[in-house]
Design a protein around this ligand. Structure first.
Ligand SMILES: NC(=O)c1ccc[n+]([C@@H]2O[C@H](COP(=O)([O-])OP(=O)(O)OC[C@H]3O[C@@H](n4cnc5c(N)ncnc54)[C@H](O)[C@@H]3O)[C@@H](O)[C@H]2O)c1
Ligand SMILES: [Fe+2]
Length: 381
């Protein structure tokens, strides 16, 4: 049996966040708690959202404690803020960190027995649907607005954990590229490579099937064509917004793989931004998995814009796909190795342990042992 779950309703296109007030009214909501971060407030990114809510006479309070790689503590503070706010729904505005925090708040408010947050890691589905969530991404990367996933950092244990729960999915998403226009090049590069990693991992996942394949390979093509110019060209930015959403629809329904399993510890232990960690690992993980995904590497090479893939032998198309990803990375300024990001011989055993325990590892097409994980990290130091 196959199963697909997507968020209920999504708007696309420049300026579509102006619909948020109407959507709240149509759904009979009175007061929102907006989950975001201080930087976005400072940049004025939320102005069109405030404007739309005010026009529709929908009240709002703001919870702005989100930080990159959100922690258990931030989710718990958000739950307390929600209880004090008298709000009846949530609006997440930001990158994956803001949307994931809002998902955690939404789930804990509806399922108070998980107020420790940590216990949500292995729950396949909580008892109750979360508080209604509207999601507005401001990065073209995580696609958290359409996924059943959220990632929280356990500071006490020094690790990140993934929760996958149908009950956290957003009700309305607004994929508005204008909300992403403020991204500096470095952020657009890292988050865009996160989206590419989602697309490639979903396409190669053990649980991939025809439906997710169509979404994932289109996402690879869209991201490969548009990432490089997404900070300069409005059309490329719009296409990136769509590409990352397509990738999200795919991976949310068929899983990720070793790339994310090895990336999460780099963020938890060394605070490497999520997209950057994925980008550094991606060519090596593709090489490792290639013998187990067959013709799919040919399709990836073609979607990455390589010509003549139909006449290539296996060795050639694998090389072409890996080189195309490496070239894209370089063209957007991602050239760091893991040593430059703080990885040392001393932290390596912890990284390997956490990667092997990460929930995303199970969908990797090729079994990966701790020796493989260690040599992949080492090859990037
Ligand atoms: N839920 C999922 O399915 C999923 C998937 C992948 C990753 N994640 C998680 O999402 C998090 C990463 O999210 P992210 O990569 O979107 O970054 P982020 O949300 O952590 O934001 C990074 C920084 O970018 C800033 N920023 C965001 N939008 C901006 C804009 N338009 N202009 C200027 N600055 C802006 C933020 O203020 C923040 O300082 C990680 O915790 C990761 O594990 C979740
Ligand atoms: Fe990711």
């Amino acid at each position: 049996m196959k199963h697909m779950i997507l968020n209920t309703e999504s708007y696309f296109g420049n300026g579509c966040v102006s619909k948020i007030g109407d959507e709240a009214i149509e759904r009979h909501f009175n007061r929102a708690m907006i989950v975001t971060d201080k930087m976005l407030l400072k940049f004025g990114t939320l102005a069109p959202i405030f404007d739309s809510l005010q026009k529709a006479h929908v009240e709002y309070v703001i919870f702005d404690e989100v930080q990159p790689n959100p922690t258990i503590n931030v989710v718990q503070n958000g739950v307390n803020a929600f209880h004090q706010s008298d709000a009846d729904f949530l609006i997440a505005v930001g990158g994956g960190s803001s949307i994931d925090t809002a998902k955690g708040i939404s789930i804990v408010v509806a399922n108070p027995k998980h107020s420790d947050v940590r216990s949500l890691e292995f729950v396949k589905q909580t008892d109750h649907r979360g508080v209604t969530l509207f999601a507005i991404p401001t990065t073209a990367g995580t696609a958290s607005e359409v996924t059943i996933d959220y990632v929280i950092t356990d500071e006490e244990k020094g690790r990140k954990f993934l929760c996958a729960d149908d009950n956290c999915i957003s009700r309305v998403a607004f994929i508005d590229a204008e909300m992403m226009a403020g991204m500096p090049q470095k952020l657009a590069a890292a988050t865009g490579m996160d989206a590419l990693t989602h697309a490639i991992e979903a396409y190669c996942s053990k649980r991939a099937w025809d439906f997710t394949d169509i979404l994932a390979i289109k996402a690879v093509e869209c991201i490969a064509q548009n990432l490089k110019h997404s900070c300069q060209l409005p059309k490329a930015r719009e296409n990136m917004a769509l590409g990352q959403y397509l990738a999200g629809m795919a991976f949310s329904n068929c899983g990720l793989g070793a790339n994310h399993a090895l990336a999460h510890p780099l963020s938890a232990v060394h605070h490497v931004p999520h997209g950057l960690a994925n980008a550094i690992l991606l060519p090596k993980i593709m090489e490792f998995n290639a013998p187990f995904v067959g013709e799919k590497m040919r399709a990836i090479a073609k979607a990455m814009g390589i010509h003549g893939t139909a006449n290539m032998n296996q060795e050639q198309y694998i090389k072409a796909a890996v080189n195309a990803v490496e070239a894209l990375k370089k063209s957007i300024g991602i050239t760091q190795n893991l040593t430059e990001l703080g990885v040392t011989e001393a932290t390596l055993p912890l990284l390997v342990k956490q990667a092997m325990e990460d929930a995303t590892m199970v969908d990797n097409p090729r079994p990966m042992h701790s020796g493989n994980v260690e040599s992949i990290y080492r090859s990037l130091m």
